[in-house]
Design a protein around this ligand. Structure first.
Ligand code: CIR
Length: 253
C-alpha cells in the first residue's frame, strides 16, 4: 500500500526544459490542467498528496521521480545525470525529511535518475542510460544490498529511462514495450506487451487499487483491464512532449 505521493507543479519555465521529442511546444494552460487531473487520479487511489509549488529555476522539476528512490525503510537521494536538473534534489531533501529519517546519497562521479530504477518486490532493476552511469548504478546496488534487497543492472539500448519501457503493476505482471518485450531478465513475469505505436503507455503506475495510464492508448489499456486491473486514464500530451511519462510526475511511498 502507498500512503503518500509527492508532486510538484510545473512552472512557466517548463517550456524551456529538456526534450528529445518532436511533438511540438507544450501549452502551459493545458499542462496545468493535466497536472491537476494527475493529482485527482492519485487522490482516487487514496494517497495523501504533498503538492509542492513550482520552481522556475528548474524547468524539468515537475518530474520529481528522478530526484529520489523511496523504499519502506529509507530514501535514496539520486544524483540526476542532466546538469540542468542536478540540483533539483536540494529542494526535495527537506520535503522527504518530513517522512524519512534514513537517507543515502548517490555521489559524483556516480549519476542516477529515479526514472532508471524499477522496484519489483525485493528486487531493484537499475538501467544504464544517458542519465544513469555504471558508477551510480553500482553505488545504488551497494546501498540496497545492505538491506537484503537484490539489485540487477540493465544496459538500455534505446529507451530514455528504464521505466520509459517497463512498469510493474503487481500480481507478477509487467507492462513492457520495445527492447524489454523479449528481454530475458523479465521472462519470469507475466508480460503485457505494448504495441510499437503505443510505446508511451509502457510507463504506467500501480497505486493501491488502480493502474493509472495515459489516456487514448486503447489497445494497452484494454490489455491491462482484461488482465483484471482497474484503470484510471489521465491526459498526458503536454508531459509527453518533454519526454515525461506518468511515473515521473510523482514519488509514491
Ligand atoms: C528530462 O529530460 O529530464 C525531462 N524532460 C523528462 C524526465 C522524465 N522523467 C522520467 O522519465 N523519469
Amino acid at each position: 500500500m502507498f500512503k503518500n505521493a509527492i508532486v510538484k507543479k510545473p512552472g512557466e519555465s517548463y517550456i524551456n526544459g529538456l526534450t528529445t521529442s518532436d511533438l511540438g511546444s507544450p501549452d502551459y494552460d493545458l499542462l496545468l490542467q493535466q497536472h491537476e487531473a494527475y493529482i485527482k487520479a492519485l487522490e482516487k487511489c487514496d494517497v495523501t498528496i504533498t503538492d509542492l509549488p513550482a520552481n522556475e529555476e528548474f524547468p524539468d522539476s515537475t518530474f520529481v521521480e528522478d530526484t529520489a528512490v523511496l523504499t519502506k525503510e529509507f530514501a535514496i537521494i539520486c544524483n540526476p545525470g542532466a546538469s540542468s536538473r542536478n540540483r533539483e534534489t536540494e529542494e526535495m531533501v527537506p520535503v522527504l525529511k518530513n517522512f524519512y529519517s534514513l537517507f543515502h546519497y548517490i555521489q559524483a562521479p556516480g549519476y542516477v535518475d529515479g526514472g532508471d530504477v524499477l522496484q519489483i518486490d525485493n528486487k531493484f532493476y537499475i538501467g544504464l542510460s544517458d542519465r544513469t552511469n555504471r558508477h551510480g548504478a553500482e553505488q545504488f546496488k551497494a546501498i540496497v544490498e545492505q538491506y537484503q534487497y537484490e539489485a540487477v543492472i540493465v544496459q538500455l539500448e534505446e529507451f530514455f529511462h528504464l521505466k520509459t519501457g517497463i512498469a510493474y503493476i503487481g500480481n507478477d505482471t509487467v507492462v513492457v514495450g520495445g527492447e524489454f518485450i523479449d528481454h530475458p531478465l523479465f521472462n519470469g513475469y507475466k508480460k503485457i506487451i505494448v504495441p510499437k505505436e503505443e510505446e508511451y503507455a509502457s510507463n504506467c503506475i500501480r497505486v493501491n487499487d488502480y493502474v493509472i495510464m495515459p489516456e487514448d492508448f486503447t489497445t494497452t489499456i484494454s490489455k491491462v483491464e482484461n488482465a483484471g486491473f482497474n484503470v484510471i486514464e489521465v491526459p498526458m500530451s503536454e508531459f509527453q512532449k518533454h519526454d515525461g511519462g506518468l511515473s515521473c510526475l510523482s514519488l509514491r511511498f
